[in-house]
Ligand binder design. Sequence first.
Ligand code: CP3
Length: 353
Amino acid sequence: MTLSASHPLMDGRTADSPLITAYRGGTPSRRPVWFMRQAGRSLPEYRKLREGIAMLDSCLDPALASEITLQPVRRHDVDAGIFFSDIVIPLKLAGVDVDIVPGVGPVLGTPVRTAADVAALPVLTEEALEPIREAVRLTVAELGKTPLIGFAGAPFTLAAYMVEGKPSRDHLGPRTMMHADPDAWRALTEWAADASGMFLRAQLEAGASAGQLFDSWAGSLGLADYTRHVAPASSRALDHVRDLGAPLVHFGTGTSELLGAMRDVGVDVVGVDYRLPLDEANRRLGGATPLQGNIDPALLNAPWPVLEAHVREVLAAGAAAPGHVVNLGHGVPPETDPDVLTRVVELIHSVEP
Ligand code: CP3
């Protein structure tokens, strides 16, 4: 299967966009930029739309999810929309008792800790994904030549929430389980891989032009554990979408030692957090992989000359890679002044690609 002839990547709308060109290692007309969490609490228009509506409910209302996705594209002139949803949406749509608690993050009614817990997990169906497809269709109809990026959570990051039942700092629960009960761990990460893979495929088929796998918490793992207990499931998640031919991006935080292994699950682009300069990331990857990143979100709140100098450094370091899409090293902090983001986009677009 490939994408339909009327898909934005196939009908001439996005294939030559700066984002897709850079993801494919070509030379774009301008240095593309988008921001993780560009849709969200930094925008007053987002806070207004979300008033009185729970996070996961807003993700499952196609018109609302679409409008929230479009808000930062209109405001900042970024080179991509990132679909407004959440990594736990496939769990919710499968029937898992999960919610997002404001200021906390994903919380499960019943943590998943044993082989029996894993065996009892409900299975995600294609029909349940219809609100996701509908939201993507509405969004790409408005985006025109601007590509939409679809995304999903990587199995480790999802399993980290499922085993702990809530956010945690050290992810001791999942890191114990992969060694203490490797069969149950494998079953859990395969379940998460299939749910995330189906969620990502629904977005790509409905009109997203690229896909990003978020393994936000993979940095809590050493290379040996990552390679043995995590990478196979991440690869399995991507197996759901490889035939579509859309560029795939893999991002995590604290992953400076894992970049090569994260590329080797089979992606086109590696996202780098703020800890490692992009020229060094490029060196570690052998100079052959387009990169995405990595403005330090902390500097968005620094005086403009400090931020400007940092952005110029990121652009210079990123020029070493065979393709560079500018982003933050992690998500937009909620207290960010949105006018600063707009100014950063203008600065990036004013520099030679
Ligand atoms: O603009 C975008 O980036 C698109 C939407 C998006 C959201 N979550 C919306 C959201 C994306 C790509 C995600 C992915 C996601 N969700 C990740 C991976 C990326 C990352 O940040 O590392 C993770 C780990 C989650 C789980 C999650 N969901 C957390 C930790 C939180 C924050 C909880 C809080 O209130 O601080 C959420 C909630 C969430 N997801 C919000 C948004 C805009 C905030 C909810 C709100 O505005 O009320």
